[in-house]
Design a protein around this ligand. Sequence first.
Ligand code: APR
Length: 309
Amino acid sequence: MTRRKIGLIGGGQIGGVIAQLAAARELGDVTLVDVVEGVPQGKTLDIWEGAPVFGADSAVVGTNDYKELKGSDVVIITAGVPRKPGMSRDDLLNVNVGIMKNVAANLKQYCPDAFIIVVSNPLDVMVWACQKLSGFKPSKVCGMAGLLDSSRFRAFVAAEIGVSVEDVTAFVLGGHGDTMVPLIRYCTVNGIPVTKFISAEKLNAIVARTKQAGGEIVNLLKTGSAFVSPAVCALEMAESYLKDKKRLIVSAAYLNGEYGIKDYYVGVPVIIGENGVEKVVELDFAPEERDAFNKSFVHVKEMVDSVKL
Ligand code: APR
């Protein structure tokens, strides 16, 4: 049986960790594409040379040529540039959408049947642009953000209670930014409401920390942003597709009337299986949750509407 093929566009911090984890878990053969000469080749050579010791036979190849993505089953996109001094958010948005134009053209040409997971920021705009520019079915294009935000929330809750991270479930919906919506009511410890364990005051502090969690790491690192947790999360989504696991994962998904939204991408729970995003799951909101979600969506909408493709 041939191995599955995992394409990675962007061989920076996150792309490098995804390549390493995908190879170590033998999820498939990995092709890493980046525009900088030598970087994808060097990173993948490093991973491949460790393979005999971590015991994985996946092929790991780095290249500057998009045509090597031919036949990819899944493609994870982390290509983009970070904000530089003097650059506004709008400038950054336009530069990264420009990169997405190039990426989408290559996806169409070399892997039109792949399942696409976008990680590049600003996430809710980039995933929307990817779908529009590629013309792929919306169910085959999604974005990774909600799983990461939910994972951060879960980690903080588990540490506060002193319980295994595996036993904490949580949902963080909405856009990937300050307006994200951590849902306390849906946070449980193996089904037991979190409010049984943590006071409202402490939970509010955890919610606030979750919303700023990306920035907390940026401030500590000084250069760059989180790269291990985003890589793990993107790969989790890829695995659900490749193995048809039908995991229920918060993802930036195309909405076609669900949650009262049409033709935008927003973070919501979805089921990911062999057909991509197979179902959008609609949660019942309390009034204040609905307000927060709507506010987050308005922010996403404003950003998306400001983009000219
Ligand atoms: N094609 C392929 N790769 C590209 C292209 C392109 N057109 N343009 C830029 N790149 C590459 C850069 O050369 C760089 O190696 O994308 C890579 C981005 O890597 P990093 O700057 O290290 O960023 P990283 O930390 O990996 O984050 C990637 O994900 O979470 C988001 O905000 C984050 O938008 C950022 C993205």
